[in-house]
Write a new protein. Structure first.
Lengths: 355, 106
């Protein structure tokens, strides 16, 4: 792949900002660097044009053969309450538990997420090629957050007031699933595509918990981050897929802002265009589908969502694009006119998206 | 000194509020003043963000220094743009804000 900035053979082309963004999200280190250089060049030489090779081609993750059994490669580090990553190695794959609750929770949780993806969806780790699952616990001081940084997970300890802990299983499933999104072609972390990225992480975070507890759709709480809010906070969880907008209502944190229907879609520049807000809509569509289908949600409903992530090949996907692809995937896997396909369409209709 | 801190993004929880002088310790006040003066906070704004990072917290910090005619300066950046020392400072500010909000509530 060649990098070029400025006129080439007298011909000037321009790479639109959304394509540069795709390159940054989907490209390897070289392509990302190129995209960043392009942004700088665009600012420095206003009026000049740049050309570049397109973002790395989309490629769905390879599927494990039926006979193959994948094994996780986990590493958990102690961040020592600082910001540096990854920190000091605490526990590696196959080692006994250590005297650190958060480290053991991150280790065990990563193993459960790995098992869900490998056994149910035949995916070998986040990239489909057995990548190591690297986690850092005790990240920063009183940090009320957990994140995926493109290479690894990082979990704060919470401050003990607003948040109790971050290594809850649905949160671990959520963060690791951002890695699956990244290695499935990516969804730009802004506006509707960002909300789909968040929703995919919520769906598979919740499914991780349900899979571990062997809960059927009707038995599950459908809460993401249940129990991680601190004792001073009036709320049950970060989000509710069953009842978006009702996870918490607290004087300090405000009211859960999630909508459950397109009529309530929130237009905002905050939170990357409301990625954690409007994700309530596709979250609720998934919840409805899981309820319609019954049984274990990670089986049919989860399979449709996973297939959609592998097929969509559009980092700027909108809710309609995603919904349309779920119906196509349901039709492909369970045949046209099947109950599953009909119920998929119906779930979207009930959140205000007709496909 | 007066500091307004608005934390969004992260896992979707928003925390915001204004710290009055009485809620800011002397050492924290000095650290913030230094981060404004030496450009640490300003540099975060121009640092490239990591587009593959999900659930990064976003910070908007408005600082009005105790100087004659001083106006509030605002800095916006996320976890991936901030240096280690700035992240440490953010954690201290967040703790101060939490304490202040809890105190104000009771």
């Amino acid at each position: 792949m060649s990098s070029c900035c400025g006129p080439v053979h007298g011909m000037q082309c321009i790479v639109p900002p959304h394509m540069v963004e795709s390159m940054k999200t989907r490209g390897d280190e070289t392509v990302r660097k190129m995209a960043e250089e392009m942004e700088v060049a665009a600012e420095t030489y206003r009026g000049d044009r740049v050309i570049a090779s397109p973002a790395r081609a989309f490629m769905a993750a390879p599927t494990l053969s039926d006979a193959a059994e994948a094994a996780p490669k986990r590493e958990v580090y102690d961040g020592g309450r600082g910001a540096r990553l990854p920190g000091t190695l605490l526990r590696s794959e196959g080692e006994d538990p250590v005297d650190d609750e958060a480290a053991n929770a991150a280790y065990e949780g990563a193993g459960i997420v790995f098992e869900l993806y490998s056994r149910q969806y035949r995916r070998d780790s986040l990239d489909g090629q057995g990548m190591s699952l690297v986690s850092t616990v005790h990240h920063r001081r009183g940090y009320n957050n957990a994140y995926w940084n493109g290479h690894q997970m990082a979990y704060g300890d919470g401050d003990g007031v607003l948040f109790a802990k971050m290594t809850e299983l649905s949160v671990i499933g959520h963060e690791l699933s951002h890695g699956v999104v990244q290695h499935s072609g990516g969804l730009i972390y802004r506006d509707q595509s960002g909300a789909l990225n968040e929703s995919f992480a919520d769906v598979f975070g919740s499914l991780t918990l349900q899979y571990h507890k062997k809960e059927k759709a009707a038995e599950a709480s459908w809460l993401v981050g249940e129990g991680i809010l601190g004792p001073e906070i009036a709320g049950d969880a970060l989000r509710s897929m069953k009842a978006p907008g009702e996870a918490y209502n607290d004087a300090m944190l405000g009211v859960d802002p999630q909508p459950y229907h397109m009529d309530l879609y929130v237009s905002t520049t905050s939170d990357n265009g409301g990625v954690h807000i409007n994700s309530g809509i596709p979250n609720h569509a998934f919840y409805l589908l899981a309820q319609y289908l019954g049984g274990f949600a990670w089986e049919r409903a989860g399979q449709i969502w996973y297939d959609t992530m592998q097929a969509i090949d559009n980092p700027h996907a909108t809710f309609v694009d995603w919904a349309d692809t779920t119906v196509r995937m349901a039709t492909k896997r369970y045949r046209s006119g099947s109950r599953v396909a009909k119920m998929t369409r119906r779930a979207w209709k009930l959140v205000g998206i007709s496909v | 000194m007066e500091i307004r801190l608005d934390i969004t993004g992260g896992m979707g929880i928003r925390l915001s509020g204004t710290l009055p002088q009485e809620a800011i310790s002397e050492s924290l006040s000095r650290a913030v003043e230094q981060a404004v003066d030496d450009g640490s906070l300003a540099r975060c704004e121009s640092a490239p963000a990591n587009p593959q990072m999900a659930d990064a917290q976003h910070y908007e910090i408005s600082v009005r220094l105790d100087r004659p005619g001083a106006r509030a300066e605002t800095f916006s950046f996320d976890d991936s743009q901030a240096s280690g020392p700035v992240l440490d400072l953010i954690d201290q500010l967040t703790a101060a804000l939490r304490t202040w909000l809890l105190k104000s509530r009771s």
